[in-house]
Design a binder for this molecule. Structure first.
Ligand code: OGA
Ligand code: ZN
Ligand code: ZN
Length: 434
């Protein structure tokens, strides 16, 4: 752990020195190096690997095609290059923000791109704009796509996941950034990650874990919420009854993205946890029953929860499809809860309502198929983290004997914070960039 910190500190110093030395030398007045503070060393290093071999203007003078020595070819509209000028009057490099306003964009301005030195391209524009840009920066851009950071290949799983899912030690996740990164990677790849050996004092352990990412996402249930039997509760989770497989906060316009569970005391009997990969269920259904899949991707259901917690009354209401596809037609979010389901159904023609119910019933049944369902006990000191957009969770009923109550804590954080932390850690630890 000490080694990893030392390594990361020395790397940071190196980035700084590299940046200072390199920028000073190569940045004459009225020109600026393209240095994006959000891009680390690996981006700079790439410039030495692929060289530009040809820059060809289009006949209409509106775009340029750049060819690299490995055969990679990419076309860039001049207007986009102009918009991305990194000269000092257009761009504030140290903080990686724009100064240039789109209102000032001259749609008819002409530009020129030419090779300056190896790895550097000179960008000349009218209005006196002149910038050196790294060819590696351009190489990384594919006009028409938006870079959201590291991409992890999703691996769908079934009941055998536990035989290969990595487990992490609480102390390691808290103290070692590389282990933290691997644990977060597990959430991205499998939608679930496991931690052992967490102390079981109180709220503090989940707070400390969340601190490693960002901030806890507070809801009406509180900050760190205790899932324990409560009298006159608004929520079946707070009884000892079975809690059917569900995703949390189905009624939320901004659903908490990641759920962290922490086992403090297991019930004397019963209370095993259940998890299922909702993305696998959606994909399987698409292949085995396309009509059911289509209806689940179309029909909108209402969800809600009314209650009193942490000193406040609340009346949560919302609506969602059960299978929500992303812009590329891939499953992006599963939203399902038996207990929070309300009476509203929309986007389904009257004559298809029965078929819709049949599809919902099929979904509610296949999530329990033995091949799909992962069932295990969250032991004292275990933590389970799930992607609430992907993995459904639930628990079997349990019995208490009066002397020993079951105690499970939960805390949320949002996807935005998780993704932000992952981008930062990826710059240091992603193999892709080593
Ligand atoms: C919940 C929940 C799980 C459990 O409270 O939403 O899923 O094991 N609890 O009690
Ligand atoms: Zn400029
Ligand atoms: Zn839940």
């Amino acid at each position: 752990m000490i080694t990893s910190y030392a390594l990361s500190a020395s790397r940071n110093i190196f980035f700084k020195l590299f940046k200072q030395a390199y920028c000073k030398e190569a940045a004459p007045p009225k020109q600026s190096m393209l240095y994006d503070a959000s891009l680390p060393f690996f981006n700079q290093r790439k410039q030495f690997s692929q060289q530009v071999t040809e820059i060809k203007s289009s006949d209409d003078g509106h775009s340029v095609t750049v060819l690299w020595d490995d055969g990679h070819k990419m076309k860039y509209p001049y207007i986009w290059l102009r918009d991305n000028c990194r000269c000092a009057s257009c761009y504030d490099s140290p903080v990686a923000t724009r100064k240039f306003l789109i209102n000032d964009l001259d749609l008819d301005a002409k530009f020129k791109l030419s090779e300056q030195n190896a790895g550097e391209l000179m960008f000349y524009g009218t209005e006196g704009h002149q910038t050196i840009i790294q060819s590696s920066w351009l190489r990384d851009k594919t006009f028409g796509t938006i870079d959201m950071g590291p991409v992890f290949d999703t691996k769908l799983w079934g009941a055998d996941l536990l035989s290969y899912l990595p487990k992490f030690k609480y102390e390691d996740v808290l103290t070692d950034d590389e282990i933290l990164y691997r644990w977060m990677q597990s959430v991205k790849i499998h939608g679930i990650a496991l931690i052992n050996d967490a102390p079981t004092h109180d709220d503090e352990e989940l707070r400390n874990l969340t601190e490693r990412i960002g901030h806890i996402r507070q809801t009406f249930y509180g900050v760190v919420f205790g899932v324990k039997s409560k009298k006159d509760t608004y929520f079946p989770g707070y009884t000892s009854a079975e809690l059917p497989l569900h995703t949390d906060y189905t009624f939320g316009a901004n659903t908490p993205g990641i759920i962290n569970f922490h086992g403090l005391k297991r019930a004397p009997s019963g209370g095993k946890s259940m998890f299922v990969d909702g993305f696998k269920i959606a994909n399987d259904l698409k292949a085995s029953d396309p009509d059911a899949h289509r209806l689940l991707c179309t029909g909108v259901m209402s969800f809600g929860l009314v209650g009193f917690d942490c000193g406040r009354h609340f009346d949560n209401r919302g609506q969602s499809k059960i299978i929500n596809l992303d812009k590329d037609g891939q499953v992006g979010k599963i939203s399902f809860s038996q207990h929070a389901r309300k009476d509203g159904i929309a986007k389904i023609p009257m004559e298809q309502v029965r078929s819709f119910y049949k599809a919902v019933q099929k979904f509610a049944s296949v999530i329990y198929a033995p091949d799909n369902l992962l069932k295990f006990m969250i032991e004292e000191g275990d933590m389970v983290t799930v992607d609430n957009d992907r993995v459904l969770h639930g628990r079997e009923k349990f019995q208490t004997d009066g002397s020993k109550e079951r105690a499970l804590h939960g805390a949320y954080f949002d996807h935005d914070e998780f993704e932000s932390r992952l981008r930062i850690l990826s710059k240091q630890f992603s193999k892709k960039h080593n």
